[in-house]
Ligand binder design. Structure first.
Ligand code: IPD
Length: 284
């Protein structure tokens, strides 16, 4: 008998809902962006949260409870709520909060649905532009109805990669060392400020690849599925699934070289400076 994660009706339902929730939440974020937001800090003085993040996550959790009572949720601003259906929603109400606070138009709502721990559906809505990236497991990835096929077929030396940094000074210092070691091996680097949109940028070919250490599940759950369904290779450390130690993605031509470079650096020269991970459940 099939497991619940391969029930096509369930996966289709979750994919439709993920898209509806991400689009609806992005509309709410847009309304907040038109007025003054209240900003406070979380894990460090540079880790920002706004009233818009919190209100948007509350809206998402309420929509999920209405549409599928009994599902679990894990949200950046609200922590974990248990469920009883085997389905868990992983939510980032505003991925790119610093951009949002600065008025830089690159922040998104990220919604993923997992069945028994594996992501089967995901949607990332760029709140400023309204672009909606979506995927369901085995069904491909789409941007506003257009099928996505990943980045240019360039080797690592010609690839433009995205990356990002955490909010803890010690973590950032180690991320800087990793970046310094990667930079001479690639064409260029971008730091755009929203991990979920970075992953979608690889899916649509606006970046050739992406890597970051220290991400939380809500940063990568939807975007990693979208990239993978666009034909990209997605990996964590030593071919494990992406987690807080590493999330890396690239097209088939550059992926093997990128992943082995990161494995080598994180296991070798940079391992002596300690783990690059940061707490995965940041206090609100
Ligand atoms: C952050 C963004 C950023 C990444 C950080 C994330 P947030 O998420 O995705 O690009 O570099 O690691 O924490 O805090 O804006 O939701």
């Amino acid at each position: 008998m099939d497991d619940a994660g391969s029930d096509p009706d369930l996966v289709r339902e979750l994919a439709e809902l993920a898209a509806e929730f991400a689009r609806g939440a992005a509309a709410l974020v847009r309304r907040f962006s038109a007025r003054r937001v209240v900003v406070s800090t979380k894990s460090t003085d540079t880790d920002l949260v706004t009233d818009a993040d919190r209100a948007t996550e509350r809206w998402l959790v309420a929509q999920i409870a209405r549409a599928r009572p009994g599902d679990a949720t894990l949200g950046e601003e609200g922590g974990a709520r248990a469920g009883r259906t085997g389905v868990r929603w992983v939510l980032d109400p505003i991925d790119g909060t610093v951009n949002f606070v600065l008025g830089l138009r690159r922040y998104a709502v990220s919604v993923a649905a997992e069945v028994d721990g594996a992501a089967v559906a995901g949607a990332v809505c760029d709140a400023a532009s309204g672009e909606l990236f979506r995927a369901q497991r085995g069904g491909g990835a789409y941007l506003d109805g257009r099928r996505l096929h990943g980045p240019r077929p360039v080797p690592l030396a010609q690839a433009v990669l995205g990356t990002g940094f955490g909010y803890d000074a010690g973590v950032r210092a180690r991320q800087g060392e990793l970046l310094a070691a990667v930079l001479p091996r690639v064409a260029d680097i971008r730091r755009l400020g929203s991990a979920s949109l970075d992953l979608c940028a690889v899916a649509v070919g606006r970046l050739d690849g992406y890597f970051e250490t220290g991400l939380s599940p809500w940063d990568h759950a939807a975007g990693a599925l979208i990239a993978s369904e666009a034909g990209c290779l997605v990996s964590g450390l030593r071919a494990e699934p992406p987690d807080e130690r590493l999330t890396a993605v690239a097209g088939p031509v550059a992926a093997a070289e990128l992943f082995s470079l990161l494995d080598e650096l994180l296991a070798g020269p940079l391992s002596s400076s300690g783990s690059t991970s940061q707490p995965s459940a940041r206090p609100s």
